[in-house]
Design a protein around this ligand. Sequence first.
Ligand code: IP8
Length: 257
Amino acid sequence: MFLVKLGGSVITDKTQYKRFNSEVVRRLCQEIKDSGQMVLIVHGAGSFGHVLAHDHRLAEGQEAGGSPEAIAKVSLDVRELNSMVVSALIEAGIPAVSIPPGACFMMSDGQLRSPDLEVMRRYMELGIVPVSFGDVVLDERKGFGICSGDQLMEVLADAFHPDRVVFVSDIDGLFDRDPKKDCHAQLIDRVDRESLDRISCEINVKDVTGGVHGKMESMLRLCRGQRDCVLVNGLAEGRLLSLLQGEDVTCTVARKD
Ligand code: IP8
């Protein structure tokens, strides 16, 4: 089984509030279907979550003053995005159901509090793909906070032991410099703790959960034993399909050592 995160940067245009990349999502869902692999899916919030969450400082919880109206709006927006992703999966022939973290899980100081994953497990036993996403979630210490899709990936990987963990993004992998600003940036095909500490990653759009660097940190935490964790470009047609079929593709693989 593959645990796949469709990143907010690939399913939305992160520079424009609530701009859904419908064609890309449709194609990625078809690639997942064509691979024939069993998957568990998480997606990011992209511009349906990060823009307002950043403006209202929702990641900082109640003390930063985020209003109930802002919480309600971000929650509505990410559900709108989730329903478009779930629709695209169903249209591609993948039976999928939405699992909204804000309705199922709680956090404590920004960490998910031993979530009950029995519902997800039962759906998977029925051959139905659970689809969860970055969301606004109640927090017993901070009132509320942001649960990123990357945090969910860590919890789901621990619970379901996927063979491989895949992050689908809008870049070929991790670069030693920002490839959007520097044409000499080099792709790093294998990353470990030491190489990550050497690399500086710039975050140039509003991202309340840490951007590429934060993602790599999560990816390293997700590596276990033989299981590596891959960052692949979902904008490159057919690349996700090839990866899911076990072929070598352009990507960054995170390994424990
Ligand atoms: O896009 C963030 O999730 P991510 C969730 O996976 C919100 O980091 C609501 C900003």
